[in-house]
Design a protein around this ligand. Structure first.
Ligand code: G3I
Length: 334
């Protein structure tokens, strides 16, 4: 097979991408043809689905994603229900100003989870229920300054998993975070997350898997062995694992062309993508490998890290890069 999804299918590893509405509308053949699982880059976040007022929903982007996936025989990863970012202003400001009480906030969260999971019940393979709760510090732990934690306390996380499981019993429920597979160079966050997930599961909280975002930077050391051994460790806990947001950014000349300033990035990037995929292939508990956008054209990187980019497997003109061919070859040879 000469597509990522075709080659991945032969080894039962769904290959995925985050998609924006533009990816779907302008480049349906790549968005539909190369991937067998899709995630909304923003489509299913609370701010997107209930932007302006409680109970006033906008499912345009989420419906578009789910319909596109159906049309193309793709699975869907839902992303994400409980996160401190991209929340509706009415929610955050209302609670912070005291016009939404703590009890009302619990109720709004419950309603959010049941409404969204209910709308797409049976159509979502994996849900990123909770996202980015742990600190990068060593030792790491749940961030006490996280908006949800200050608002409702740590029990908000297990409660979200319980509601999600009730709302869609067949969806696989994930805890998703970054720097949890050795990217931080210390494994502090890996240790904290794996310990916490284990404790929650011992208490019966329905957490089925861990999503490692895997946002790499060619300027940091990346340790493929540690990446793989961390995946193996999650697997030994009985967890499924998803690579949920892979990309490999580097310094670039400018945000428009996204040409790496260091020509060695042209070698480091495909190497790091390939090392992640090979680790994913070799650990049986890894059930999907998703990149966070396939084209540099609408990658999240340049607007977040000034002076960086070139993070995706296709360039700004939607041409496949060496990283794409490396992934394809890894799958074909697996
Ligand atoms: O919706 C507004 C739009 O109305 C406005 O015209 C436009 C002008 O800038 O902004 C739009 O919002 C942007 C939104 O993406 C939708 O395009 C926000 O400014 C922008 O900050 C937001 O960025 C998203 C980012 O999450 C927010 O943290 C990225 O697209 C999205 O790829 C990124 O994804 C996250 C994952 O969910 C979690 N892990 C990290 C990852 C990268 O940050």
């Amino acid at each position: 097979p000469d597509t990522l999804r075709g080659a991945g299918a032969l080894i039962n590893l769904p290959i995925g991408s985050a998609l924006t509405p533009q990816d779907i509308e302008q480049w349906p053949s790549i968005s539909g043809g190369q991937f067998s699982v899709v995630t909304g880059a923003n489509a299913m976040k609370w701010q997107t689905v209930e932007p302006n007022a409680p109970g006033v929903y906008d499912w345009t982007d989420a419906d578009q994603l789910v319909a596109f996936a159906k049309q193309n025989g793709q699975l869907v990863r839902g992303h994400t229900l409980l996160w401190h970012n991209q929340l509706p202003n009415w929610l955050v400001n209302g609670f912070d100003a005291g016009t939404i009480s703590k009890n009302q906030l619990w109720g709004l969260l419950e309603k959010h989870i049941f409404t969204e999971l209910g709308r797409y019940r049976g159509k979502i393979w994996q849900w990123d229920v909770a996202n980015e709760f742990f600190t990068d510090a060593s030792p790491s732990g749940i961030d006490p300054t996280n908006w949800w934690i200050t608002a409702l306390g740590e029990s908000v996380i297990p409660q979200a998993f319980r509601w999600a499981h009730e709302a869609d019993p067949h969806a696989l429920l994930f805890y998703n975070d970054y720097n949890i597979t050795g990217e931080d160079g210390t494994n502090a966050k890996f240790t904290a997350v794996s310990t916490w997930v284990q404790q929650q599961r011992d208490k019966g909280v329905p957490i089925h898997g861990v999503g490692t975002q895997a946002h790499l930077d060619t300027q940091y050391g990346f340790d493929p062995q540690r990446f793989q051994s961390d995946l193996e460790s999650y697997g030994k806990l009985g967890l499924r694992i998803a690579i949920t947001e892979a990309d490999v950014r580097t310094n670039v000349n400018n945000a428009t062309d996204q040409v790496p300033t260091d020509s060695l990035a042209q070698f480091a990037q495909p190497f790091e993508y390939s090392a992640m995929l090979q680790a994913a292939i070799s650990v049986p508990e890894v059930i999907s490998f998703t990149v966070w956008g396939w084209t540099d054209y609408d990658s999240w990187v340049p607007s977040t890290f000034s002076g960086e980019g070139y993070a995706c497997i296709y360039d700004v003109n939607q041409q496949p890069k060496q990283a794409y061919y490396s992934l394809l070859k890894d799958l074909q040879l697996a």
